[in-house]
Design a protein around this ligand. Structure first.
Ligand code: ZN
Length: 245
């Protein structure tokens, strides 16, 4: 998936969207006892928002990935932030409505291309020098251990990362595999296994911590037919015990 431009029908224009953001955060800020609220969108690569609080003043920089969100969804996000600022919640707690939007196809269609553009270490192509991740993905789906999905973006990394051979953004439905594995001296099941691992994270969605590998996750990993061989290969690669030149 490259260069997707999405103009959803009835999508909010930028100016309009800034106004909605402003109104939403100011109105809620008043309810939380703030008398000066400043807010704007920021183009962070990751879905990240920041704030600075000084007494009864607060300034927000909100991830522009929320630019297309409906006012009530923005309201839920504002509330999650104010609750966090007031330390009424230990972490940002998202409402079911906000979570549903972040997990929707609409959110991915609006933001995935921008996220890829901001991800400088990705080739933005499934095709490597030796392996095509689209074909690998197809094999995993055909074998039945992965359920098909229409909005996953498959990429190789530009730098050949050795310690972190796979990466995913569950939110953006983006998977990246280290180009270290795109080598004829590395059997094809190795990158297939890493892709399988990342796709498991995508299947778990936002509810499951991205970086966590609980016992159930480990058990699912082992469903990969060449699990042990793959793990052995990854260990050898990490220890520089394979000549890839
Ligand atoms: Zn993982």
């Amino acid at each position: 998936m490259t260069d997707i431009t999405y103009f959803g029908e009835g999508s909010t224009k930028v100016g309009e969207s800034e106004d909605v953001l402003d109104t939403t955060f100011r109105t809620m800020g008043t309810a939380y006892g703030f008398d000066l609220v400043e807010v704007g969108y920021a183009s962070y690569k990751e879905f990240k928002s920041t704030w600075q609080r000084l007494g009864k003043q607060v300034t927000f920089e909100i991830s522009d990935y929320l630019g297309g969100a409906r006012p009530e969804v923005l309201g839920d996000f504002a509330q999650a932030l104010y609750e966090r600022i007031e330390k009424r919640a230990p972490a940002c707690v998202y409402s079911p409505r906000l979570k549903a939007y972040l997990e929707s196809d609409d959110f991915v269609r609006r933001n995935q291309a921008t996220y890829l553009k901001r991800s400088r270490n990705l080739t933005k192509s499934s095709r490597g020098g030796h392996f095509d991740l689209k074909e690998t993905y197809g094999r995993l789906v055909d074998s039945g251990i992965v359920s098909p999905s229409s909005n996953v973006s498959l990429n190789w990394t530009r730098s050949a990362n050795r310690m972190r051979v796979g990466y995913c953004s569950v939110l953006m439905r983006v998977v990246a595999i280290s180009s270290l594995l795109d080598n004829e001296k590395v059997p094809d099941f190795v990158h297939e296994y890493v892709l399988y691992h990342e796709l498991l994270h995508l299947e778990d969605g936002l509810s499951d911590g991205h970086r966590h590998h609980p016992p159930e996750f480990k058990a699912r990993e082992k469903q990969y037919p060449k699990w042990r061989e793959s793990e052995d290969w990854l260990r050898k690669l990490a220890a520089h015990k394979v000549d890839l030149s």
